[in-house]
Design a protein around this ligand. Sequence first.
Ligand code: MSP
Length: 675
Amino acid sequence: MIKFAKSAKPVFYVTTPIYYVNDVPHIGHAYTTIAGDILARWHRSLGHSVFFLTGTDEHGLKVQRAAEKAGKSPSAFVNEIVPKWKELFDTLKISYDHFIRTTDPLHQRTVQKFIKLVDANGDIYKGTYKGNYCVECENYIPDDDVVDGMCKIHQRQVEFLEEDTYFFKMSKYAGELLDKYKENPGSIKPSSRLEEIRSRILREGLRDLSITRTTFNWGVPFPIDKKHVTYVWFDALANYISALGWPSGAKYKKFWPANIHLIGKDILWFHTAIWHSMLQSAGAPLPKTVYAHGWWTVDGQKMSKSLGNVVDPKKIVERYGVDSFRYFLFREVPFGEDGDFSEVTLIQRRNAELADELGNLVARVLTLIEKFSNNKIPKAAKQKKDDVEIIWKAEDTIRHASEHMQNLEFHKALEKIWSYIGTANKYIEDEKPWDLAKQNSPHLNTVLYNLGESLRIITALIAPFIPGTAENIAKQLGLTSVSALKKLEWGKLKPNTVISKGDILFEKIDAEKIGVVEPFEKLDLRVAEVMNVEEVPEAEKLYKLKLNVGKLGFRQIVAGVKQHYKPTELKGKRIVIIANLKPAKIRGAPSQGMLLAAEDKAGKVGILRVDETEPGKDVFIVGIEKKPVQNLDISEFIKITLETRGNSVYYKDKFLQTYKEKVHVERAGEGGRVR
Ligand code: MSP
C-alpha cells in the first residue's frame, strides 16, 4: 500500500502572483493560477490542510495610468476590473481559498505595520533617487537593462525620474541570503534559477531599494511620511503574509512559511532578493520554495498587443472546454520551461489523448460492464498472471505520479497517468471480454472488475488537473465522489456498485472545420536549383534568379541577397523557396516565389540549402501535414517564426528537412531568423 500522509495533518500553503489589473487576463496569467489550483487540489486530496491564495495587485503608476486612460478614478476602475478576474477564475475552476486585493483595508494596514517594523529594525532611511523607471516593470531599471532608451524586457520607453524617497536597506542582507540559499538549495527552483539569483547577488551585491514614491498617489500611504506612497512591489509582496493575518493571526501561525510561491520567471528577483530581504528584516521565516515557471509564446512569437496575438483564456475555454485547456497547458510543456501555445496542438492533444485514449477507455469499460454485468461492478474471481500488470502498474503510477508532483513535474505526472490509461486500453484488447462472455468464463468478472477499478484510480489521479472530467467519470462509475489520493490503493471499488453510463467525454474536433490551421501547413517549401543569376537594373540589393524547380518547372524569382552573395556563389546551389507565394512584380521583374535566407543577430545573412535533394522535392517538418494554399500572401509567412539552431533551421522544436537530409543554413549563426 502506498501511504501519502503522516499521522499529523500536513499543511500546504501555495500562492500565485497577484495580478495587475491594468490589463485583461491572458493565458500567461491563467497558467500560473491553474498550476496553483492543481497543486492545491492534489494536496487536498492527499488529506493535507491547504491554503491556496491568489488575487490582484491594484496599486501603482501602471494601474493609475490605465484608470486615467479609461476616464475613471483608480478605485472605480479597479472595482470594475476585479470581478472580471474572479469570473475568469471561476470559469477556469480555480479553487482558491482566498482572493486578496491590495486595496483591502486589512492588507493596507498590514503593509503599514510591516513598514513600521522594518523601520524600527533600522532598515529604512530617507534619500533621493535618480534613475530610469519602466512603468511596465514598475521598477527602476539598471543602466545595463536600458537599450536605446527602452527597457530590455518590455521594449518600452523608460522614464527618467528623480525624487525624494525612502530606502530599504536591502544591501545589508546579501550575505544572509547567500547563506540561506546554501542551507536550503530548494528555496529557489528550478536549480538554474537559484544559480541565476546567487550569481547576480555575488556579482552585483544588493542595492538599497527605493520604496516610496511622491510623483503619484495611488498606493498605500507610507506610514512614516504621509507625503509618500509605498512602492507597489513592497506593498504587493506583503500580500502573502497579510492574507494570513501576520504577525499573530492563527492562519499565519499555521501556514507560514509558504510551501510554494508560484511565479513566472520575469518576477524572480522581486520574489527572492527583495521579498527574502524584507522577511529577513522583519524576522520572519523565508518561504520554503519560490518556483519560477517559463513563459508562453503564441505560434512561436511573444504575446503582445501590437502583434494582436494575445490569447484570451475565456475564448479558448468557450471553444474547447476548460479541461482541454488545463490539460494542454500542463501536458505540453515542462513547467520550468518556455512553451508555445498553438490551438492546433491543443486540438491534436485533445483528440488523441483526451478523446481517443481517456474517453474511449471510459466508454468501453462502461459499455462492457453494462452489457456483460448488468450495469453492476462484478466481484472479481481469481486474479491470473495476465491481470498482474494492470494491478501493479496502478500502484506504480500512483507512486511515480506523486513523486513528479512533489517536483512540480506536471507533464511527467500526466505522461505516467496516460501510460497507465494505455495499459488499461491494451488490457481490454488482450483479454477480449466479449470472448470471455461467449465462453461463459469466470475470468470475465475479474477483467471487468479490474477495468472498473483502474478507472477509479485514474479518476483520482486526473482530478486535480481536469476536475470536471474526473467528477463526470466518477458519477458514471457509480461513485458518490472522486476517490481521494490519500490511501489510494487497489481493490477499494465495491462490487455491486451500479454504474450509470453517460455521454461521451470529449467529442473530437476537426481543426480545419472550425478554421484553425497550423500556419506552417499553408507553406509549400521546395528545393530549387539556381541555374542563372542576373542583376536587376538599378537595384543594389536584388538579383533575378532563374531556378529549376523539378516537376514545378522553371521559374524566376527576385531575391534581395545581392549585398551578401556574388552570382558565382549562388549558381548551381540547391536552395529552399516558398513555391506558392502570390506572384509579384519587383522593380518590374516578375517573381514567382521567394528564396529563404536567415539573418543572425550579428546581421550575417546566409541562404537555406540542401546538398543532395533533387530540385522540386518537398521541404517539410515531420508531424505537420502540408496543405498549401494557392497564392499565399507574404503576411501569412511573416507570422511563421523559423529560427536557426546550429546550422539547422527550426520551426518550434522541429527541424526543416527533405526526404534525404536536414536543411542547413550557410553563414548565419545561432538564433538567426529566416525571412
Ligand atoms: N503584480 C505583479 C506580481 C506581484 S506578486 C507579489 C505581476 N503581475 S502580472 O499580472 O504582470 O503578471 C503575473 C504573472 O503572469 C507573472 O508570474 C508572469 O510571469 C505571468 N505571465 C505574464 N505573461 C506570461 C506569459 N506569456 N507566459 C507565462 N506567464 C506569464 O507581475
